[in-house]
Design a protein around this ligand. Structure first.
Ligand code: T1G
Length: 686
């Protein structure tokens, strides 16, 4: 970490260089305080430009310091020191001015930025609130309404919008440093502007705070930080600066030690580690400049759009001309939907679609870098596709299957150069869902596996390496979730109670609502295949529902009844009767929400531990990312493995032992007992 001071005539240029993102470590905070003292004492300095080396302005406090006791100088003091400096400081922003980085800029007399810069206070995404004046100075600078949006949502704004809000003084073209120095020379002789801390906050109309609270609460659901951030902006708008700063700091320190903040920090670092797994360090991926998708159905079209959104030209291959047209129409529908929802301009949608072509001639793929198969989930159908690909594609082209349940080793049998084959398991809708399970076969070459991870980075996906087993990581755990949900029904719970308990835990919907949305026939198809393999999947009620074609919303009834055109689930007497019949003779008990959640979640943790033992997943954090980015597990819980560790693995084991003794779950696996002794899953990752 370095802070250097250079001189351009009467302008001092303070350059921060603390790779990778100029985070505000203790050393950097101290260096900034020292720089103010040094430059205040130098009469020849008329103004100061604060600029950063590397790819970004200060991207916030150093999150890796959060688990430790805060060390002085504390950031509020650093910002205050810059704010009362005798010379005007100009923050020159490129990349991302986030969190503490924006708070430092709010301490400066002026802020300028390049057009590509972004500015924001994302602290709520880490389960905290700004802790160095962000909720106090922002409403004084841009007004309460704009401040509430920035602070409670946590999403950054671009430089142009920031200028419109009054958050920055100018958007500079050309070289940032030169532009900032010129700006500083221009203001150097002017009187210092009024410090933001001493400015009044604009009044709000009656009911503003009550409405804001409703809106923030609806969006935040169970996350605590957004409402606390709102309370801090309100405090800042209704009281003096010092009181408001004290309130903000107290809230910040309290939330920093909270479970939600610990969970969100865990996810923050897991997401940053995922794209660069240590086992692939130093391995160069193959270049991917063109891609094709075999199959234009829901998954194929979504994958094509994801590849196209990353800038790749894409070819969609289907069995005949009519199917090609349907495939292209599916991709077009994705873009039309984005335009309709205002997420994309028509011009951009047209440009994207222009890069997607279709055909039924595999010859079109002779020079393709990557081909992803997304056809019907049948082994013979998939093998036939790869046989054709083996004969037309370059020998170094990467071939991938999007299978979610079949064995990629079996699919790749007969593929020429099998080292170039792997599983790339996307989640529906593939152009939106962030998760990508990357499944190497026994023969996948390391550089091809690395290509899968590089593709994920290109597509903005969260990649997780998954070993081969039935359902890889996510769907294997999902099977346990569904079996547990049925066990609850046979012992006295109802679908509504189970779903309500899981929603209360933080999931967007419960297991039965989710099945009705996705369709019960898909899982029935897998159970049939599993039984053909000699397995005994547990789904006594779902089997009965499928037998009478209750497949969910699409058939007007599944676990719930649905009125025509209405997606609201209604408890079903017919289903209750089927459950009662299946539960005959089974011990019944009263289930409260916490017990239901335990009976679903803890067996998930148990199965995930088996997955770690078998090295189908390499790290507990990978399981957390799979459940959060593929199955709606609440981010603020940190994922099932983080949740279990935070709760205490010894308690998890004892609850599971109780459930098992009641025949309501499998007993804890060996790996879970060992992890409970060790107090974490890290022993299994070795
Ligand atoms: N602290 C520590 N390390 C950080 C960091 C941070 N704030 N931000 C990023 N890193 C590391 C990251 O772990 C990775 O490490 C490397 O930098 C590159 O990150 C008082 C308390 C800035 C937009 O929430 O959003 O200020 O894996 O892969 O895609 O109010 O990083 O290479 O070892 O993400 O180019 C508020 C978080 C903090 C911003 C760059 N700030 N960072 O994205 O790179 S709270 C944030 C980001 C705060 C004050 C409060 C992004 C980025 P490694 P990367 P990127």
């Amino acid at each position: 970490m370095t802070v250097t001071i250079a001189r351009e005539n009467a302008i001092a240029v303070v350059t921060v260089d603390n790779p990778p993102v100029n985070a505000l470590s203790q050393a950097l905070r101290q260096a900034l305080v020292d720089a103010v003292a040094e430059l205040d004492a130098d009469a020849t300095v008329k103004a100061v430009v604060l600029i950063c080396a590397g790819r970004t302005f200060i991207a916030g406090a150093d999150v890796s310091e959060f688990g430790k006791p805060p060390q002085p100088p504390h950031l509020p003091d650093v910002v205050a020191t810059i704010e009362v400096a005798k010379k005007p400081w100009v923050a020159a922003i490129h990349g991302s001015a986030l969190g503490g980085g924006l708070e430092v800029a709010l301490g400066c007399a002026y802020r300028v930025a390049v057009a590509s810069a972004s500015l924001g206070l994302p602290e709520v995404k880490l389960g905290i609130i700004p802790g160095a004046g962000g909720t106090v100075r922002l409403p004084r600078l841009i007004g309460p309404a704009a401040a509430v949006d920035l602070v409670t949502g946590g999403s950054p704004v671009g430089a142009k919008k920031a200028e419109g809000l009054g958050l920055i003084d100018a958007v500079l073209d050309g070289d940032l440093k030169a532009g900032a120095i010129a700006f500083a020379e221009n203001i150097a002789e002017k009187p210092l502007p009024q410090p933001i801390s001493s400015r009044e906050v604009a009044a709000v109309e009656a009911g503003f705070w009550e409405n804001a609270e409703k809106a923030v609460a609806a969006k935040a659901r169970r996350e605590i930080a957004p409402l606390r951030a709102l309370a801090s902006v309100r405090k800042a708008s209704e009281t003096d600066f010092d009181n408001a700063m004290a309130f903000e700091r107290e809230t910040f320190l309290e939330l920093r030690g909270s479970e939600q903040a610990a969970a969100l920090r865990h996810v923050f670092f897991a997401e940053r580690a995922a794209p660069r797994p240590p086992e692939l360090a130093g391995i160069t991926p193959r270049d991917i400049r063109s891609a094709a998708v075999i199959g234009g159905g829901t998954m194929g079209a979504g994958i094509a759009a994801a590849l196209r959104d990353a800038g790749l030209p894409v070819v969609v291959i289907e069995r005949d001309a009519a199917a090609v047209e349907r495939g292209l129409a599916n991709v077009r529908a994705i873009y039309e939907g984005s335009v309709k929802r205002g997420r994309m301009t028509q011009a951009l949608a047209d440009e994207r679609m222009a890069g997607v072509t279709g055909g039924d001639d595999y010859g079109l793929l002779a020079d393709m870098d990557l081909v992803i198969e997304a056809v019907f989930e049948d082994l013979d159908v998939k093998r036939a596709v790869f046989e054709k690909l083996s004969s037309v594609c370059r020998s170094d082209a990467v071939l991938a299957t999007n299978t979610s349940y079949l064995d990629p080793n079996a699919i790749s049998e007969g593929v020429s150069h099998p080292e170039r084959f792997l599983g790339l398991h996307f989640f529906s809708p593939a152009h939106i869902m962030k998760l990508l399970e990357i499944v190497p076969t026994e023969t996948t070459a390391p550089d091809v596996l690395a290509t899968g991870f590089a593709l994920a980075r290109l597509l903005g996906k969260i990649p997780v390496r998954a070993g081969i087993c039935d359902g890889f990581i996510g769907n294997r755990i999902l099977k346990v979730t569904r079996a547990q949900a049925e066990r609850l029904l046979l012992s006295g719970a109802t679908p509504s109670a189970v779903d309500a308990a899981m929603r209360a835990f933080g999931l967007p919907m419960g297991p039965f609502e989710a099945q009705d949305l996705g369709g019960l026939d898909i899982a029935a198809f897998q159970r049939k295949a599993a039984r053909a393999r000699g397995e005994t999947p547990f789904a006594p009620v779902a089997d009965r529902l499928c037998a009478i074609e209750r497949f969910g919303q699409k058939s007007g009834g599944g676990w719930y009844d649905y009125e025509l055109g209405d997606r609201a689930p209604k408890p079903s007497e017919a289903v209750a009767a089927i459950i009662a019949e299946a539960a005959a003779g089974q011990p019944q008990r009263v289930w409260d929400e916490a017990d239901i959640a335990d009976a679903i979640l803890l067996p998930m943790v148990n199965e995930a531990t088996r997955i770690l033992e078998e090295r189908v997943a390499l790290r507990a954090a990978d399981v957390d990312l799979v459940k959060i980015h593929g199955y709606g597990f609440p981010r603020w819980r940190g994922g099932p493995m983080h949740y279990a560790e935070a709760r205490g693995l010894a308690e998890v084991v004892s609850v599971l032992d109780r459930l098992a003794s009641d025949g309501l779950a499998h007993p804890p696996c060996e790996g879970l007992r060992r992890s409970a002794e060790a107090g974490s899953f890290s022993a299994l990752a070795k």
